[in-house]
Design a binder for this molecule. Structure first.
Ligand SMILES: C=C(O[C@@H]1C=C(C(=O)O)C=C[C@H]1O)C(=O)O
Length: 241
């Protein structure tokens, strides 16, 4: 049988999932690559992989997209790695630089600025642009909370706005995946989540982030009804931007 091709996120947030996959029997049946989120999405859209841990904002662009399994990358309130970092208070921000590695959080920034903060701002993808604020996600945010005058945690702001948790990335397939595989896949992911304490003890200490708090409490990996509701609302709001 051909191996099932899977693209997972290369950031610390996904290490429990990767640990579970790498330490299960399933590793012999899959071809696992680790990519930045925008590449996870591109690979799934281009059918270079069968399953991807992809930004939820990219789901509408995946042919035959179906969310599989019981886990995701989410948070119930603050997440500690998805920020608008700013030189000015949000009320005064006029220009925002987007993060090329992101699909969800760039759109989340647009949704929050328009519907929550009620601001019309200019967005740019030009890496060299000098802007009032910028979107940044993943490990590159570690330690930066205190280097900018203002740091807006978008998981927290989404909660303030909607009262809902948030789902940043979901396991999505672009074709029907056998149920028996999904069952084993879920088992491997859960095993990884259950080994977080061990995994954390082996991670290098990062300045400016409490990795134990991040992986055990800030991130919330359960694909709950509430997170699905948040995903639907988020995708609807994107169409109204
Ligand atoms: C919590 C995070 O969630 C993520 C944010 C994503 C995005 O903005 O597109 C995609 C995948 C996840 O890695 C993070 O990267 O810090």
């Amino acid at each position: 049988m051909n191996k099932i091709k899977i693209s997972s996120v290369s950031y610390t947030n996904s290490k429990p999932f990767v640990y579970g996959l790498q330490h299960s029997e399933l590793i012999n049946e899959i071809d696992l690559s680790l990519d930045i989120p925008s590449d996870c999405a591109a690979k799934l859209i281009d059918n270079k992989v069968d399953i991807g841990l992809i930004p939820v904002a990219a789901i509408p662009f995946v042919p035959n997209a179906n969310i599989i399994g019981s886990y995701c990358i989410g948070s119930v309130g603050a997440v500690d790695s998805v920020f608008i970092f700013s030189n000015l208070p949000i009320e005064e921000v006029r220009t925002v630089k987007l993060d090329p590695q992101s699909r969800t959080s760039n759109n989340l920034a647009k949704v929050l600025l328009k519907f929550h903060f009620k601001k019309e701002v200019e967005f740019t993808t030009d890496a060299n642009a000098d802007t009032d604020a910028l979107v940044l996600i993943g490990d590159r945010t570690f330690g930066k909370k205190t280097t900018y005058p203002f740091a807006y945690d978008m998981g927290k702001e989404w909660m303030n706005f909607t009262g809902l948790p948030f789902m940043y990335a979901a396991w999505v397939a672009n074709k029907q995946i056998p149920e028996s595989f999904v069952k084993e896949f879920d088992k491997a992911l859960l095993m990884g989540l259950n080994h977080r304490e061990k995994l954390i003890s082996e991670l290098p200490i990062e300045k400016g982030i409490d990795l134990h708090d991040y992986l055990m409490h800030k991130l919330d990996f359960t694909l709950s009804e509430e997170k699905l509701k948040a995903k639907d609302l988020f995708l609807k709001l994107i169409t109204e931007l």
